[in-house]
Design a protein around this ligand. Structure first.
Ligand code: SF4
Ligand code: SF4
Length: 325
């Protein structure tokens, strides 16, 4: 495939932000990339600076990029529900912006009372299942509770290849649940902790299809966008034609020095406030916890951004507009 530009197929102008409010977690999974932070509890103690700078960020994108919808995902890698300002923050955003969707990635360990207080603030919940630590009965109760409340929630079972039989046993236990919430499985082979060559044939076959259970048909309609195969077009100048891009077509292409729109649409903010594109490339010194945040947010840095990497860690799943310089 030879491409000169990538053009995403999208209905609306969306700003998607992954936000890691804390890197502290109550689980200590052996494969966790946050393992070095277990003895530290890190989050910004000044809540007002977090809230006000998020407002600055949203207003900046609305004004400069005509954003119609914001999706803010409170991410796990750290357990976001342990952030002390979780409730106030989500409630304030919901009351202030009618075009924001709040998503949560959590290990699901909070009590049913906690979920009862918070579920109405959340538009989508992903509960990760970690065989070393998760209490399976409690986890199923939480997903059943959210299902009854009609919240979009799904199971993300981590398949630890070093602990395969136990994970598989948990998979069959999860499938045997009261309600048919969605189940995805995720291989941990993408982390540096595992050698892909160590996968057995059984593991490779099992992981080929990551979506193990679909929800009931009326709920699938809500999620059609997630299942779409074609996410973008590409333009081939030699053929002077546009072509439809399939799911994995972007894998392995180098976009180094291409103009990339990642900073217009997909951001990542870590537990120490560093802002980047969600491929980790981007702003040189933009920090959400800084009192100079608003003055450093400049559309020139966003509009003229060129990819510095040989490999794209983002394009494979999320097709972002880009063009050869
Ligand atoms: S639940 Fe997630 S963040 Fe917590 S230790 Fe496990 S992998 Fe890390
Ligand atoms: S790595 Fe980032 S900057 Fe480079 S092409 Fe991919 S999304 Fe764009």
């Amino acid at each position: 495939m030879s491409a000169n530009s990538i053009i995403p197929i999208k209905k609306e102008r969306e700003l998607y932000i992954e936000w890691y409010p804390t890197d502290f977690c109550n689980f200590h999974c052996s494969y966790c990339s946050f393992a070095g932070n277990f003895n530290r509890i890190r989050y910004q103690k000044n809540y007002d600076i977090v809230k006000n700078n998020f407002f600055e960020l949203f207003n900046f994108y609305k004004k400069n990029y005509n954003i119609e919808r914001i999706t803010l995902r409170l991410c796990g890698g750290g357990e976001p529900t342990l952030w002390p300002f979780f409730y106030n923050f989500c409630k304030t955003l919901k009351e202030s912006y009618n075009y924001i969707s709040l998503e949560l990635v959590s290990n699901g360990s909070r009590t049913i009372n906690w979920w009862n207080k918070h579920y109405w603030l959340l538009d989508q919940i992903y509960l990760s299942f970690h065989s070393e630590y998760t209490d399976i009965q409690h986890y199923k109760r939480v997903l059943d509770f959210l299902y009854e409340k009609n919240v979009k929630a799904e199971c993300l079972l981590m398949m630890d290849t070093e602990n395969w039989n136990y994970c598989l046993q948990n998979f069959y236990n999860l499938i045997d649940s009261r309600y048919p919430w969605m189940i995805h499985v995720k291989s941990l082979r993408s982390t540096s902790f595992y050698n892909p060559n160590k996968h057995t044939k059984e593991q490779i076959d099992f992981l080929k299809q990551s979506l193990k259970r679909l929800p009931e048909s009326e709920k699938i309609i809500d999620r059609l966008e997630d299942f779409q195969i074609y996410k973008s077009l590409y333009f081939d100048a030699a053929e002077d034609k546009h072509f439809l891009m399939k799911q994995n077509d972007l894998e392995g292409i180098s976009f180094k020095n291409w103009h990339c729109d990642i900073l217009k649409s997909r951001l990542k903010i870590d537990a120490i406030g560093k802002v980047s594109g969600n491929c980790y490339n981007g702003f040189l010194d933009l920090n959400l916890f800084s009192d100079k945040f608003a003055s450093k947010l400049k559309h020139q840095n966003i509009d003229n951004f060129k990819c510095p990497s040989f490999e794209c860690s983002n394009c494979h799943n999320h097709h972002v507009a880009k063009r050869q310089s």
